[in-house]
Structure formats: structure tokens, C-alpha cells
Design a protein around this ligand. Structure first.
Ligand code: GDP
Ligand code: MG
Length: 412
């Protein structure tokens, strides 16, 4: 028989020493905890000691299930028949331990049934749990320290919600720091109050232009929509036209430069018919100028354009020439909130070479994250005019407000 003792600062460590020194079929005979002195005897440290054996005269594991047929035989079995230990290896672990399974009321008590082994296992489990808890607490602390160094503890859940909506770290931190600075700690315990303050803060920080407004008294206010293909330019133009005409009772003329696809013209013609506005289809700068002049009696003229890839410098340049021919009062770049921040950023850079006064974000109903809109608004220094939130003309459009975006993040 080979008996050895192992000392370590945790039960798990001691067990792993037993396993590596004696193998998986070692048997635990005894465990105890004791203290050692460190630092010239000034500090006490708790240690665990396991005594384990190998090569004992162990019989095969012999767990008989208690059966209704032989209850008395089972009850008569001695706890350790003939001094023979039932084999219970380290690897069999607690889950297979007979002590856990009440129906296996085996007459032959295995090692793990013995109080000493049970204590050892419980001590081990407790220590492991303690170590795990400490590790999780450390991780949480580290994550907070690395990702939200500036955000006060009380506001962390708002920070997390903003970040999960892809609001940039700097923006989320700036908003929450300012809230913390300006309000008492007890007020920050009220979620409705904090959400309201975040909305106010975003309202202040996000540059918005307000709706399309005609300030002149003579001649039409000309608005052009430009942007990549499929972002919703034509649908948005129809929404704007319908609202100006049907709700604002203004005279509205429509012009489209999108002659590349018959369907695109048909789409706008259908809207123009429903709204009851004139539509001109043009394909060059001269015709565009003529069309605008021909609608002099309108209060508003809305110009739809063909989608351009931000990478296609030639067609962007062509668009620039077309717009220069009529010098619109406002050029809105239409972008979709479903795109990645990088592609949105790139589109803004490229289309700015054409001309961008304001930005419309479409498809917020489909966007997984509202953060992109906020980040862009904060970063590019352009004013946001509208957001669109669905395919319905004329309803799914509204003026852009920081408060609205905040509500989208916090679901208020
Ligand atoms: N879900 C959703 N779809 C939209 C929105 N705006 C436009 N669309 C859809 O996007 C698609 C492309 O729109 P369209 O106006 O033709 O884009 P354009 O190529 O930029 O003129 C159409 O199916 C529209 O119905 C919006 O706010 N939400
Ligand atoms: Mg279109």
C-alpha cells in the first residue's frame, strides 16, 4: 500500500496533485485544513492536506440497487465487509457518488460515503465556488475599468444599453458624465428621471435642421434628394411631397432625374398622380433648368435623383453638374440607418464633394441599432432633417430629434 500526503492552498489544487502523483484510481483517506505562518510569522495562511492511498486492497465497485425483493439482505450487509474498501476513484466524482443517489442504498459503504470523503468534497466544492466568485467579481471590475472607465457605477446599465445600440463609447460616456455632474446621486436612482435626462442631453448634442421650410416669398423653394441606390430616396420624396401638399396645402412640383430605370419613373408618377402634383422627367442640366423654370408658380419643388455609388467618382461628378445647374435651396443626402457606420461615413465623405446640406436617415424601423445615427450626427457636423420609419407614404416620416432617437434606444 502506498500512502502519501499532499498540501496545497486549495482543495482543488491538492486534489490535482493527488491525481497527477497517484493517478485517477487513488483513494482519499483523510483531509484536514491547517494554518501556516508567513512573513516572519505575521500572516496566517490556510492550507489543505489530503492523505491518499494507492494499491489498497480494494474490491470492485459493487453497488447493488436496493430492490423490493431483497431489502433485508441489503440491510444486513456490513458497512465495510472484511475490511475491503469499495473502489471509488477520484474521477468518479460527486455525480456518480452513491451518496447522492438515494435509491442506490447500497449495503457496502463506498469510500465516498464516508464522512471524511464527503467533507473533503464539500470543502473542495466550497473553495472552488469561492474562487469562481472572486474570479467573476475581478472580471466584472476589469471589464468596467477597461470599457467604461469614466461612467459612474449608478449609470452603468444605461451605458450598457447605449453601447448595445452601438452608440459610440465616447458619446455614451459624455452623456452620462454630464448627467452625473449635474444631478444628485439619489436622483440617479430613478430610471424615468435618468432616461429623461439622457433624452435632453441627446437633444442638445445632436444637430438637427428642423423641417423643410420656405423662407422666400417669391419663387419655389427647391429641394433635391441624393444618395446611394435603394436607400429610399423616391419613397421619402413622395412622403415629403404628400405632407407638404396634403397637410401643408402647398403647391408642390416634382422632378425626377432618375431616367435610368422605367420603374423608377413609374413609381414617382404613381405618387404624383395620387398627390395631384405635376411631375417632370428630365435627363440633363438644361432640361432640369427648364423644368424648374416651368414650375415657377409652385411653392416647393422636390427633385429626385438616380442612386449613385459613393465609389463612382464620375457619376458623382455628373450629379454635381446637374445640381449646379439649378442650385437647389437644400440638398438632403439620404442614407439608410441599416448600413454600417463605416459605409455611412464613406457615403457622407463622397457625397459631400457633390453637395450635402442635411442628412435624412431612412429605415429606422429595420435598423438593428440606432447608435449609428447618433454617432454620425455627432461626428460629421451635418444637420439631420428627417428620419423615416417604414414604407407607408405619407405617414412613416418625422423630423429628426435627439429625443426620438433616445426613445428608440431606451424603448420609452
Ligand atoms: N422598412 C422601410 N423600408 C423603406 C423605408 N423607406 C423606403 N423603404 C423601402 O426601400 C425600398 C427602396 O426605396 P426607394 O424609394 O425606391 O429607394 P431609392 O432607390 O433610394 O429611390 C422600397 O422597397 C421602399 O419601400 C423605410 O423607412 N423603412
Ligand atoms: Mg428612386
Amino acid at each position: 500500500m502506498n500512502l502519501q500526503t499532499f498540501k496545497a492552498s486549495t482543495m482543488a489544487e491538492a486534489l490535482s496533485q493527488v491525481k497527477s502523483a497517484m493517478g485517477h484510481d487513488a483513494v482519499i483517506l483523510h483531509t484536514r485544513t491547517f494554518f501556516t505562518r508567513q512573513w516572519l510569522g505575521l500572516r496566517r495562511r490556510e492550507m489543505v492536506e489530503i492523505t491518499a492511498g494507492k494499491g489498497l486492497n480494494v474490491g470492485e465497485r459493487n453497488i447493488r440497487r436496493a430492490s423490493l425483493a431483497a431489502p433485508r439482505v441489503a440491510a444486513q450487509q456490513p458497512a465495510m465487509a472484511g475490511g475491503t474498501y469499495s473502489r471509488q476513484t477520484l474521477l468518479n466524482g460527486p455525480s456518480s457518488a452513491p451518496m447522492r443517489s438515494a435509491p442506490e442504498s447500497t449495503p457496502r459503504q463506498t469510500l465516498l460515503d464516508m464522512p471524511v470523503a464527503r467533507d473533503a468534497m464539500m470543502t473542495g466544492l466550497n473553495q472552488d465556488m469561492g474562487a469562481l466568485k472572486a474570479m467573476v467579481a475581478d472580471l466584472v471590475k476589469q471589464t468596467r475599468a477597461s470599457s467604461a472607465p469614466q461612467v459612474p457605477e449608478d449609470l452603468l446599465e444605461y451605458y450598457a444599453q447605449m453601447i448595445s445600440n452601438q452608440v459610440a463609447d465616447e458619446l455614451a460616456t459624455e452623456v452620462l458624465k454630464s448627467i452625473q455632474k449635474n444631478h444628485r446621486a439619489d436622483a440617479l436612482q430613478n430610471p424615468a428621471f435618468v432616461r429623461e435626462k439622457i433624452a435632453e442631453q441627446l437633444e442638445k448634442m445632436i444637430p438637427v435642421s428642423g423641417p423643410i421650410r420656405r423662407t422666400k416669398t417669391v419663387g419655389p423653394h427647391v429641394v433635391a434628394l441624393i444618395g446611394p441606390t435603394g436607400v429610399g430616396k423616391t419613397t421619402t420624396l413622395a412622403k415629403l411631397a404628400a405632407n407638404l401638399k396634403l397637410r401643408g396645402k402647398h403647391r408642390v412640383g416634382l422632378i425626377t432625374l432618375d431616367t435610368y430605370r422605367i420603374a423608377a419613373v413609374d413609381q414617382l408618377r404613381k405618387y404624383a398622380d395620387i398627390i395631384g402634383s405635376p411631375l417632370k422627367v428630365v435627363s440633363n442640366a438644361d432640361d432640369l433648368r427648364d423644368a424648374v423654370n416651368g414650375m415657377r408658380d409652385c411653392e416647393f419643388i422636390l427633385i429626385d435623383t438616380a442612386g449613385r455609388s459613393p465609389r463612382d467618382a464620375m457619376r458623382l461628378n455628373e450629379l454635381k453638374g446637374l445640381l449646379a445647374a439649378v442650385e437647389p435651396d437644400e440638398v438632403h443626402l439620404v442614407l439608410t440607418a441599416t448600413a454600417s457606420q463605416d459605409s455611412v461615413q464613406m457615403a457622407i465623405t463622397k457625397f459631400s464633394e457633390v453637395r450635402v446640406d442635411k442628412i435624412i436617415f431612412t429605415k429606422l424601423d429595420e435598423a438593428a441599432h440606432v447608435g449609428v445615427v447618433l454617432n454620425i450626427a455627432r461626428k460629421v457636423g451635418k444637420h439631420l432633417s428627417y428620419i423615416t420609419t417604414g414604407q407607408d407614404v405619407p405617414d412613416d416620416i418625422e423630423e429628426c430629434h435627439g429625443r426620438k432617437l433616445s426613445q428608440m434606444i431606451f424603448g420609452a
